[in-house]
Design a protein around this ligand. Sequence first.
Ligand code: ADP
Ligand code: ASP
Ligand code: MG
Length: 454
Amino acid sequence: MIVVKFGGTSVKDRAAIERLIEIVGRTDAPVVVVSALAGVTDRLLGIAAEAAAGDIDAASGNVRALRLRHHGVASVVIDPVLRLTLLAELDREFDELDRIVGALAVLGEVSPRWLDAIAATGELASSRIVAAALTAHGQTAAWVDARTVIVTNDEFMSAAPIADRTNAAIRTAVEPLLAAGVVPVIGGFVGATDRGVTTTLGRGGSDFTGAIVGAALGASEIQIWTDVDGMLTADPRVISDPHVVPHLSFEEASELAYFGAKVLHPATIQPAVARDIPVRILNSQRPSAQGTLITATRSSNNRAVTAIASKTGVTVVNITSTRMLMTHGFLRRLFEVFERHKTVVDVVTTSEVSVSVTVDDRRRLPAIVADLSEFAEVSSEGDLALICAVGDGIMTDRAFAGHLLSAVDGVPLRMVSQAASRRNVTIVIAAADLPAALNRLHDQFFGEHAGVKA
Ligand code: ADP
Ligand code: ASP
Ligand code: MG
């Protein structure tokens, strides 16, 4: 059994869904997980913002446009009876969305709980279309409601699945379908609490659903079908000539995902590791390309760096002890503040009297700064970027640090950190310096004259 997860661009229109049908047709005992059609989650969140602003006209106009787009893609189902059933199902989803948006626009307020109810529409609708399309093309499929199988806590917008409940629910719903030769189709990203309240797993969370489903069923492989040829040596939106990485270890993949390689949601690898299931990243527009295989085995290339992740939107918080030296208990108090405000800290460096940390999520920054200011001097700096070089080979390459630092010579470094795993080195720089710095690093480690390990 193989889990095949298709991202937004891989279901974005009729042609994309026809490619999906072919891929699924060539897969042994497939279980299908799909994202919302490309761009739909952003549109839904836009609609929620319009409702919150009380702009009912804009919000309902955009719901109407989304409904029409889905109706258009539903034309992939040629059979008139199946198509009518599908259109009725889609209309039920969008009628419900209309009702929610109308009510919230009157209130002029959208809580995280309702944001999730709105955002979930994308995957609920796309999975209905894909299930009907597979059936119409001769591969009998059944729609599985993600809200009945992915059981989560109530941390809306980034809900955490409850493993044993979820695993049991997936097996109960999916195994009988597989035994009957039916293809199960599940919307990614979406879940529900044990009381049935809709939740989502956070942006990009469909990959995570794919991995959870694969682990619950003991899949032989989890395939992530997307719009690039695999994990690339750097973000193709910043670097013009990245190469495909044919093989990654689980550890490398999770560090790359965590530090910004958007092709994989950061939580994806963990369920796969738990059951030692290989993950493959593949291009739905070029199914014959070999893609990237991610397994427990250490990276076999002879380079120090396997790939470089990067992200912008990084903020550094500098916290200086008001005493001469950091006192006992200072770090505990400091991290308690971030924990209290549910804000994840990515990179940490310390000196004699100060600690610097990076955060992605600025929403609670004012409250965090206020709380830290009770026992420290605090400053923060936004508009930064982070670059993280990852490779199992870093730990044994004596020339690595020199190569890294010479490549970014002249770029002011805000922070530098090497993890104890010695599998990654992270630098924090001004966002404006990212394109140049990443290009130079990519050249250094993957360019024509890049040396292999010293
Ligand atoms: P999907 O909708 O299929 O989940 P995403 O947009 O979430 O696709 O992820 C794929 C995108 O990730 C690529 O189009 C690419 O722009 C971006 N990306 C960033 N870093 C990398 C990387 N190192 N390798 C591959 N893709 C990357
Ligand atoms: N549709 C969701 C998003 O855009 C989840 C996903 O595509 O993985 O974030
Ligand atoms: Mg994605």
